[in-house]
Design a protein around this ligand. Structure first.
Ligand code: 2AM
Ligand code: CA
Length: 266
């Protein structure tokens, strides 16, 4: 039998340790590089943080596998066994430019099913955490089930780049949503924006392109407060490759799919 309580205790301890190391790095000079494009940033701290988790996990749980954003370990061929899905710094651009509004995100899955979700807002010392079936918490506070809300009273987390006209997606559908909603917000860290839906600070979050490490923790958390995480077509999120992502309060999820998202080409 897997001892999830023990795994949870270690994971939280390591996340706090990594957070302290990231805070300590603020006084050092960053080494910044670009990845897929000039705006896709990675720093020595992203890599050092991922390496820190790999060393801890391999020492303590040698039969677990690791899928990290920086790819320092070989990507698991399949999602059998226990897999730690890690984004060492989600919102690297915010980390570099703002020294805030970024998070460590860790989802721990067994046979493709999320068992533990941790999203740590390092600067605000806010740890969103959940074990499947045991509810979600923000630090020591138990988070309530999400109440229903309609689009016209909802705050939608969405990046402006998905609303401006472009040939790749049906931006007019998302522009209509932005107009109908009470407000839109964009924080720049997918994991934190999902955590904000979990804690009720915003009502839904939409992205056209996320990788598993961006949402693996958030999916565990949102399901513990009665919310839903799917693609923009309402399908299950895949742990391989990129996905469109809709994370939302329960009734709002259906309204968003039916009125704005299902007819889109994405
Ligand atoms: P990252 O900071 O770990 O790269 C930015 O709106 C959010 O989307 C961040 O959480 C960012 O994660 C994520 N994201 C996922 N794929 C991305 C991509 N290809 N380019 C930029 N941001 C991406
Ligand atoms: Ca990320």
């Amino acid at each position: 039998m897997t001892n999830w309580q023990e795994i949870d205790t270690y994971a939280k301890q390591w996340v706090k340790e990594a957070g302290a190391m990231i805070r300590a790095s603020f006084s050092e000079t960053l080494n910044i590089q670009t990845k897929s494009n000039p705006n896709d940033l990675v720093t020595n701290i992203d890599k050092a943080t991922e390496r820190f988790f790999i060393e801890k996990i391999k020492t303590t749980y040698p039969n677990h596998t690791i899928l990290g954003e920086e790819g320092l370990e070989e990507t698991p061929a399949e999602f059998g066994g226990i897999v730690w899905i890690i984004d060492p710094i989600d919102g690297t651009m915010n980390f570099v430019h703002q020294q805030r509004n970024f998070a460590i995100s860790i989802g721990i899955y067994e046979q493709g099913i999320g068992q533990i979700g941790l999203i740590y807002d390092v600067v605000h010392n806010e740890l969103y955490h959940a074990q499947k079936g045991k509810g979600a918490y923000l630090n020591e506070i138990s988070l309530p089930l999400l109440a229903e809300v309609e689009v016209k009273e909802a705050i939608i987390g969405i990046n402006a780049s998905w609303i401006i006209e472009n040939s790749r997606i049906d931006s007019h559908l998302l522009a209509a949503l932005a107009q109908d909603a009470r407000a839109t917000r964009s924080l720049g860290s997918a994991a934190l924006e999902i955590a904000y839906v979990v804690s009720g600070r915003i009502d839904a979050y939409i992205s056209l392109r996320l990788s598993p490490w961006d949402f693996a923790a958030g999916k565990v958390l949102i399901e513990e407060v009665g919310g839903v995480a799917t693609t923009l077509r309402g399908d299950s999120l895949k742990l391989s490759g990129e996905n469109t992502v809709l994370v939302s309060k329960p009734g709002l999820h259906r309204e968003l799919l039916e009125k704005y998202l299902m007819s889109g080409k994405w």
